[in-house]
Design a binder for this molecule. Structure first.
Ligand code: CFM
Ligand code: HCA
Length: 534
């Protein structure tokens, strides 16, 4: 595997190779050192064709995109608005209230003269127009790159319009594309504002037992629908999902939950901390990708509440759901066992989907994140050691304190300790590295060149990434599955999702169509080599 690293770096100028070498790691995790260090969350080297997106994408598309009843107004050139118009497959259940603005593309359509003379007036007029047309509960304004460059004060405009309307919450995000090194900065900007302007607004607690929030689940391909189906069957009340299939009122009521369950640690872990500090809600890491992981997460939720009724119900649901899952995985495994996968996705899925591949007897030989931070690779314990560089300092950190009226620790320190003594983990996430096999290759911020080179060298049975990688990988004769949008498939979460995934991957890795393609190494035999697993 060390040769592979050398091979990947060979073509780079020495300075670039030196930098990239710190982001390419042969996993040598041992008992003593379970998580070797990797460089992550740093700028992409200019000239490299990164897989990353921008800060605006992370804020507008990822975090705020899935909320149906807030008008998301982009202040900027139309291209930025168009890019974020239903390109992420976050589904929603528009319900009966008819308030669903997701299909619309709201934009100030900035022109040259707005860049020269300022765009605040145009923004004000656009907010007014959206209000007059829809009377939404909320209007969110997103800054694109030029807005930051010319210095429009979007927050002042939002504040003014909010005061003027009186019955519509208007707030803004300084999420210019260049603000951070990736989408991750945009998540942080979005989450800070959601926490500041929305959470805690609704005083009346929603009805229900075993109240939780689900943080970092975005209902891509209907994943959130499947998770909610399972919660409902177990009798667990999900007050707010941040932000898949969400509504304004869900965020506004999140303070009433008794437990926060964090699915995508990367995009939201700090909100779980804020909810605990301000309202006293503890948090745990969960994962609903993989049937075993789903069962484990449900048991963890039940154990937290410690109520026999819930514990029994969860066991009954698992017993009811698992036979179908096992029947399909047993069948599929006869064809997928021993096959290899590569996964390069944003900041969570390259880890979560390991579970599903393992359930099919497949091996992940190489994986990494576009924009994960070191804790996503190595585990949360490294957070205190993370270097705060100029780019991370650029992202606002908000100070949260216990709410005078609403702070209410859901468990006493003794109760927390008793659970921890019994092996229960609060506020912890292990990261990707410990779950990857020794000798596997972990790469941060993979780029187009390295992706193609890796495939040539290791010839995985399947490569998972996004739309920019899709066709270049397929042209190499290797099946490619989009793990962002799921292509047109899904859900893949929960029990029913696991079954969907097994069938889809079986279909892809065993398809004959790829054998009709000639990959470059088949045409030029000198490129041929074989990866030997230790
Ligand atoms: Fe979290 Fe996501 Fe992901 Fe992500 Fe994304 Fe996404 Fe992703 Mo695309 S929030 S980090 S910023 S799990 S949009 S739903 S698929 S890169 S791996
Ligand atoms: C984003 C959204 C994205 C892009 C996916 C892709 C998504 O980062 O702006 O590159 O295919 O999941 O839709 O991550």
């Amino acid at each position: 595997a060390t040769d592979i690293k050398e091979e990947l770096l060979k073509k780079y100028p020495p300075k670039v190779a030196r930098k990239r070498a710190k982001q390419i790691m042969i996993n040598e995790a041992t008992e003593a050192e379970p998580a070797p260090e990797i460089v992550a969350n740093v700028r992409t080297i200019p000239g490299i064709i990164t897989m990353r997106g921008c800060t605006y994408a992370g804020c507008k598309g990822v975090i705020m995109g899935p909320t149906r009843d807030i008008v998301n107004l982009v202040h900027g050139p139309i291209g930025c608005s168009f890019y974020a118009w239903l390109t992420r497959r976050n589904q929603t259940d528009a319900g009966t209230d008819g308030e669903n603005y997701m299909p619309y593309c709201f934009s100030t359509d900035m022109q040259d003269q707005d860049i020269i003379f300022g765009g605040e007036k145009k923004l004000e007029a656009a907010i007014q127009e959206a209000y007059d047309l829809f009377h939404p509960k909320g209007i969110a304004v997103f800054a694109t790159c030029p807005v930051g460059l010319i210095g429009d004060d979007i927050h002042a405009v939002a504040k003014k319009m909010k005061a003027q309307f009186g019955d519509c919450n208007v707030f803004a995000f300084s999420c210019e594309g260049y603000k951070g090194v990736s989408q991750s900065a945009g998540h942080h900007i979005a989450n800070n504002q959601v926490f500041t302007h929305l959470v805690g607004e609704n005083e009346v607690a929603p009805e229900g037992e075993y109240k939780i929030n689900l943080l970092g689940e975005y209902n891509i391909g209907g994943d959130g629908f499947e998770i909610d189906r399972v919660f409902k069957k177990c009798g667990i009340t999900n007050i707010a999902t941040f932000s898949g299939n969400s509504s304004y009122d869900q965020f506004a009521s999140a303070q009433h939950a008794d437990l926060s369950c964090v699915m995508c640690h990367r995009s939201i872990n700090y909100v779980a901390d804020m909810l605990e500090t301000k309202y006293g809600i503890p948090w745990i890491k969960v994962n609903f990708i993989g049937a075993e992981a789903t069962a484990k997460s449900l048991r963890k939720i039940a154990e937290y509440f410690g109520d026999k009724k819930l514990i029994d119900r969860v066991e009954a649901v698992i017993a009811e759901e698992m036979p179908e899952v096992l029947a399909v995985s047993e069948d599929v495994k006869t064809r997928t066992n021993g096959k290899t996968a590569m996964m390069f996705v944003g900041g969570s899925r390259a880890h979560h989907y390991n579970e599903l591949f393992q359930e099919m007897g497949m091996k992940t030989i190489s994986a990494g994140y576009e924009f994960g931070h070191r804790d996503d690779y190595e585990g949360r314990q490294v957070i205190p050691d993370l270097k705060v560089d100029a780019d991370s300092r650029n992202i606002e950190e908000i100070t949260v304190v216990a709410d005078e009226k609403l702070y209410n620790p859901r468990k006493t320190p003794e109760e927390i300790k008793a659970l921890e003594d019994a092996g229960y983990e609060f506020k912890h996430y292990d990261g990707l590295n410990p779950d990857m096999d020794k000798g596997s290759i972990i790469i941060d911020d993979l780029n187009q060149y390295e992706a193609e080179k890796l495939v040539e060298l290791l010839k995985p049975d399947i490569f998972c990434a996004g739309i920019k990688e899709k066709f270049s990988i397929q042209k190499l004769g290797v099946p490619m599955k989009q793990l962002h949008s799921y292509d047109s498939g899904g859900p893949y979460a929960g029990f029913k999702g696991a079954v969907n995934f097994y069938k889809e991957i079986d279909r892809l890795v065993n398809s004959k169509v790829w054998s009709y393609m000639k990959a470059p190494w088949q045409e030029s035999p000198e490129l041929t080599g074989k990866f030997v697993w230790e």
